[in-house]
Design a protein around this ligand. Sequence first.
Ligand code: GLP
Length: 240
Amino acid sequence: MKIVIARSEEEFGKLAFAEIKEIVYRDPACTLGLATGSTPIPLYKEMVKDHQENGTSYAKVKTFNLDEYVGLPKEHPESYISFMTRNLFSHVDIDMKNVNIPNGLASDIPAECARYSALLEKASVDVQVLGIGGNGHIAFNEPNTPFDSKTHQVFLTQKTITDNARFFDSVDQVPKSALTMGIGEIMKAKKLLMLATGKNKADAVYNMIKGPVTTACPASALQNHPDVVVILDQAAAAKL
Ligand code: GLP
């Protein structure tokens, strides 16, 4: 596991982008695993800037997002498809046919999970971007999710609902459920790029890196992956 500590938000974005750039430059038809949340925004800003300044093309890139809320209309500003469109997809030349996000509006949720798992089974994700929840969750895999899990529906913990309430008008508006890629599918990516910032992540980051490998901290599964890069700011790294 390579651990890098950035000294500013700008440096954080540049360090994260350097990992993605290497892969996109090597293989313009690569497959990127993408994440939502406030943490990867500096990375997406660097991707957009590089696309505008250097013309790096995403026309052949395929993407898989980690998760999506259940029941939130696609056009709701906090749906993960809206987030991705606003922060990345609408600013680069990606072909939306190559974009994959679980459909949280599917009428048959188990069938939708099976569809997404089947797509991931065939895919070969070159790098999966990850954030971490304050309770150590990755994507929406809450504590005690089995490490071999596949795409499934989750009912969010009260901590995650409270943490994510900042994006909504009130805590009551946060969806109670989501579809998430499973930990087993995340771990299949060739490389994992874990991003974490802020002091509210310091305990989870410590448990991910220095704690025991246990389902109590889903991110501790990363200790079992052969190619992980962790990029932190100083606050998130404070307890290491
Ligand atoms: C959310 C997402 C995760 C994300 C995490 C941290 O609930 N499902 O994929 O990594 O919480 O979000 P943030 O980066 O906003 O702190």
